[in-house]
Design a protein around this ligand. Structure first.
Ligand SMILES: Nc1ncnc2c1ncn2[C@@H]1O[C@H](COP(=O)(O)OP(=O)(O)OP(=O)(O)O)[C@@H](O)[C@H]1O
Ligand SMILES: [Mg+2]
Length: 265
């Protein structure tokens, strides 16, 4: 390997994965996201923080067109994944959501076995050519979600029978199984106890070596622990975006300062 290829790889590690420009979101007449520009870097954890109702979930859902499923919701502006407009008519939202996966606040395993929960995505996207390939994907995804050792002897039992923290890791395994390029997580730890939260946070840090992670969190401690970049939203505006340690130690905007010091929110 020559020096150039090492440099190219170093550059590609922090390149933009998603770029959003002039994004507006409306629910009927309500303007919920106002003129948001942001770049989400590859192989980086980005935290979205801000007071309740400021638009974190709404903006997160723009990134994999989950807002398409809400009738009164309208999205304007441009959001590109690797330079390609994800709102282009030719983009199939189901394919897009395999590439830009999502984990929700409340663990929501399918009423199926642990195995079938993880195998679901690879099956519908035709990622395995044989049962043994599918077995491999399931094992690798469960290992990736730090759950394999706890479930390997009961893969045919229902996913809904696991503990809350295990169910959330199962949902992460399910998202990881389609080999996403970006993983969106909306308050993924809010239903978990501190031990399960610690496990999911460790996992997030590991996942970042493979793809980019965007996490919405109400916990500033969590944002500081897991993310390298932070975006602060307030009343539908993206007020400030930057390195997490800068945002938490030297915020530039008084609204960010008030929020992180606990005066608003
Ligand atoms: N399905 C919907 N229909 C109508 N309005 C909505 C809908 N979802 C969100 N909103 C409105 O859009 C704004 C942003 O909401 P959003 O859920 O994105 O905020 P959030 O920052 O995620 O809040 P929280 O921290 O409480 O989860 C709010 O005013 C909310 O009432
Ligand atoms: Mg929300």
């Amino acid at each position: 390997m020559n020096d150039m290829s090492i440099m190219e790889r170093a550059v590609s590690q922090t390149e933009n994965k998603i770029s959003a420009r002039k994004v507006q979101v409306y629910y009927g007449d309500k303007h919920a996201i106002k003129d948001v520009d942001v770049d989400i870097l590859d192989k980086t954890v980005t935290a979205f923080i801000g007071p309740s109702g400021c638009g974190k979930s709404t903006f997160l859902r723009c990134l994999n067109r989950m807002n398409d499923t809400i009738d009164i919701c309208r999205v304007e502006g441009r959001i590109a994944l690797d330079g390609e407009d994800i709102y282009d008519k030719r983009v199939d939202p189901v394919q897009l959501r395999a590439k830009v996966g999502m984990v929700f606040q409340k663990p929501n395993p399918f009423p199926k076995s642990i195995y079938d929960n993880v195998a679901y995505g690879p099956r519908i996207h035709g990622l395995a050519r044989s049962r043994s390939e599918l077995d491999d994907i399931v094992e690798k995804s469960l290992r990736g979600a730090a759950l394999w050792n706890e479930v390997k002897d009961r893969l045919s039992e229902p996913g809904t029978g696991l503990s809350g923290g295990q169910q959330q890791r199962l949902c992460i395994a399910r998202a990881v199984a389609t080999q996403p390029e970006v993983l969106l997580m909306d308050e993924p730890c809010s239903a978990l106890d501190p031990i399960a939260t610690g496990q999911v946070e460790e996992l997030i840090d590991k996942l970042r070596s493979e793809f980019s992670v965007v996490i919405v969190t109400h916990s500033m401690q969590q944002a500081a622990r897991v993310s390298q970049k932070t975006a602060f939203f307030h009343l539908g505006n993206l007020v400030e975006y930057g390195d997490t340690d800068e945002i938490f130690t030297r915020p530039r905007d008084p609204r960010t300062e008030s929020y992180i010091s606990g005066r608003i929110g």
